[in-house]
Design a protein around this ligand. Structure first.
Ligand code: ADP
Ligand code: MG
Length: 712
């Protein structure tokens, strides 16, 4: 075996340095943090060649004592920490004493500094941790100036990659901008070497909004809302967050997330994701958010020492904190969304007349709504995923239900397009309000906690998913919870839905006839009667079209065609195979004359339609694959195929259908994990009945088991 040798110290140091100073922007960050730690009120940064040629940071802080200069750039020399325990309460940004040292191992560092009361300052250069010469007296202005030249001159590969990639200057500007938003009493500037104008110039101010305006511009500030969260009731946990978040009018392609935890600039991917999720759930058409947050926790709750560049920290009770913040953002956004709706409403006189007629309820609403449909901007219509199997069921049912082939209108349903609608006042109908209150009244607090705080483990079978809550594992009936979630959302978004536009209007009569054909309880009713029932239901739906459009965004045109469906959950389209059944339920089961019952039954019908039922194509995994054999007879005659899966010949299987089924099941699984569970966490208020009706079943409570799942 090769010999094991001790690395030379210079090699060790250079390797370590490469970790702390990963790129020019990380050097800038360290230097600026040092200036802030030194109590500076002005920090100026100059950069040449993306930081590779020159980085210069000047401040007016307390300076460095002359007698400290010899060890200034040695590794692990710091004025900020003496005992390990101090880490628990450390307030300064630096504490490792590694930054300056690292820079001297990968670049040439020159420091000029003067302390208060001195007549002159000193200048000294460093290489590989040591001074190159004795400090030379020189003229100096208050504070310290650190110059780093030829960064990575001795790391050929790194220098090459950095030279080939985009230069680091934008990153540097980004860092300085973030610091400027947080440290509002420090005047930051950042410019390219030789440039007259600074690219960031924050000016010191006493107002956060001014600071944001100075750095990010007035247009950003216009769309910001203040947000504050605190959690001081719990004895063992105190956290405060304040910040600014963008409202529904803000437009941007990328999220800007400026996060300071105990005054440290950090990244927190899970908080960022959670925030983005809330935005996309509540303001689906809005852009990515702008977020500034400053979180303060007792220092002993934050471990600052988990990342070499201190870019990440770990927090006690991170999940809880994120949850709290998420809730607060959600509430803010909901409110701002309402305000915006209200403003649009006030200007729109036809909407006002509708608000008046609305009181006398469904059956008599008379305002024409024709003009509203024209408001959908065609440019915003998009196709859904082409692999979406909805509408393609005729291939499967061929031969079994020949009538399906006639339903060309329905086949077209697969091309679902989304559209945006002018939001309008949800109105505050008291019966709808009562229904929403009932949901709150029926809330099961234990289940609520489980839903809010569970971890999704995976799909267990066709109906159940597995979740973990603390040390307990539960099976959750996906169909039941999604049904309830959709019902509640239908009532929440009441009168204020976005719309799914069908690419071609679907004739009600055909939908209803189709539903009646499939309805087994109708098997002894003859064709003629079925047609009559379909006709009656079409009439009922047409009569109530105004109302269901107004309140539930189910739009039926004058020719008796369905053209639009509501968006009940963002990024989710119901299974169009269930559309006929939904129409039949609407026609048959809605109590049109009693307002509250009408809303309840309509919302329940929507809940049932939008719920995540298992796809109509059977699950092809495992033995289910036999169902996709082309020739069913041969399968039955070859009885042993039952036990011997491998004998299922590839050629025998209807590959296209199989692919479709697989896609449908995979899609469902994805939706359960990425749409259903996150939305449940945000919105679901589980009713008491779910504790006993088998929707939530506790299956294991072993700590060991918990550990196993944790690990995977
Ligand atoms: P750390 O910040 O972790 O202590 P550094 O290598 O960044 O380690 O800096 C070493 C020490 O040099 C600091 O503890 C501080 O005392 C001093 N120092 C560095 N930069 C400045 C500055 N701009 N002004 C005053 N003192 C500084
Ligand atoms: Mg430092």
């Amino acid at each position: 075996p090769p010999r094991i040798r001790r690395l030379e110290e210079s090699v060790v140091n250079r390797i370590a340095a490469g970790e702390v100073i990963q790129r020019p922007s990380s050097a800038v960050k360290e230097l600026v943090e040092n200036s802030i730690d030194a109590g500076a009120s002005t920090v100026s940064v100059t950069v040449k060649d993306g930081g590779l040629k020159l980085i210069q940071v000047s401040d007016d802080g307390h300076g460095i004592r002359c007698e400290d200069l010899p060890i200034l750039c040695e590794r692990h020399t710091t004025s900020k920490l003496s005992a390990y325990e101090d880490l628990q309460t450390i307030k300064s940004m630096g504490f490792r004493g590694e930054a300056l040292a690292s820079m001297t191992y990968v670049g040439h560092v020159t420091v000029t500094t003067i302390t208060e009361g001195q007549l002159h300052g000193y200048r000294v250069s460093y290489r590989d941790g040591v001074m190159e010469n004795d400090p030379k007296p020189c003229a100096a202005v208050k504070g310290t100036q650190v110059m780093v030249e030829n960064l990575f001159y001795n790391m050929v590969a790194r220098r090459k990659t950095l030279q080939n990639s985009n230069d680091d200057y934008p990153k540097i500007v980004d860092f300085i901008s973030r610091f400027a938003v947080h440290h509002i009493n420090v005047n930051f500037s950042c410019r390219k070497h030789g440039a007259n104008r600074a690219d960031v110039h924050s000016g010191s101010t006493s107002s956060r909004l001014d600071a944001i305006r100075n750095v990010y511009g007035a247009s950003v500030v216009r769309d910001l809302m203040e947000i504050q969260v605190s959690d001081e009731n719990a004895v063992d946990e105190i956290f405060k967050m304040d910040g600014f978040i963008s409202n529904a009018n803000y437009v941007a392609k990328k999220t800007t997330m400026i996060l300071f935890i105990n005054d440290r600039l950090v990244d927190c991917t899970s908080l960022k994701r959670a925030t983005e999720f809330v935005y996309s759930a509540i303001l689906p058409q809005a852009s990515k958010p702008f977020i500034y947050m400053s979180i303060n926790l007792p220092p002993e709750h934050v471990d600052v020492n988990i990342h070499p560049t201190k870019k990440e920290v770990s927090l006690l009770n991170q999940e809880r904190i994120i949850e709290k913040i998420k809730d607060a953002i959600e509430e803010k956004l909901m409110n701002c969304n309402n305000t915006r709706i209200f403003q649009t409403q006030a200007l729109n006189s036809s909407a006002l007349t509708q608000a008046n007629t609305r009181k006398d309820k469904g059956t008599e609403v008379s305002t024409p709504t024709g003009e509203k449909s024209q408001k959908i901007p065609v440019s915003q219509m998009v196709r859904t995923d082409p692999r979406d199997p909805s509408g393609r069921l005729h291939t499967y049912w061929q031969g079994q239900t020949s009538n399906l082939e006639k339903k060309s209108g329905l086949v077209a349903v697969r091309n679902i397009v989304r559209s945006r609608r002018n939001p309008k006042d949800a109105g505050d109908l008291s019966s709808r309000h009562e229904l929403v209150t009932e949901i709150d009244y029926n809330l099961h607090p234990g289940l609520f906690d489980i839903v809010k705080n569970c971890t999704y483990v995976g799909v267990a079978d066709e109906v159940f998913a597995l979740i973990q809550h603390n040390t307990l594992l539960y099976l959750v009936n996906v169909v039941n919870v999604s049904k309830e979630l959709m019902y509640q959302q239908a009532l929440c978004r009441f009168g204020n839905f976005n719309a799914i536009q069908l690419s071609e209007p679907a004739p009600l009569l055909e939908l209803l006839t189709m539903a009646l054909k499939d309805d087994e309880s109708m098997s002894d009713v003859n064709e003629k009667e079925k047609l009559e029932i379909a006709e009656v239901n079409t009439e009922i739906l047409k009569e109530n079209a105004e109302m269901i459009n107004e309140y539930f965004s189910i739009h039926i045109d004058q020719g008796g065609n369905l053209t639009r469906l509501p968006v009940v959950l963002d990024q989710y389209t119901p299974d169009m195979d269930r559309l006929p059944e939904f129409m039949l339920t609407l026609g048959n089961d809605i109590a049109w004359d009693v307002e509250k019952e009408c809303f309840r039954t309509a919302a329940a019908a929507i809940g049932n339609f939008y719920a995540l039922h298992p796809p109509i194509l059977p699950n092809p995994s495992g033995k289910g694959i036999r169902l996709y054999k082309k020739n069913k007879d041969s399968m039955e005659s070859a009885g042993q195929a039952d036990n011997d899966l491998t004998s299922t010949d590839e050629d025998d299987i209807d590959q296209e259908l199989l692919a479709e089924a697989e896609a449908a099941w995979a899609q469902r699984e994805w939706t359960i994990q990425h749409v259903l569970f996150p939305s449940m966490r945000l919105f679901l208020k589980p009713p008491k009945s779910m504790a006993t009706d088998g929707t939530f079943v506790q299956i294991a409570s072993l700590d060991k088991l918990y550990k196993i799942f944790e690990r995977c």
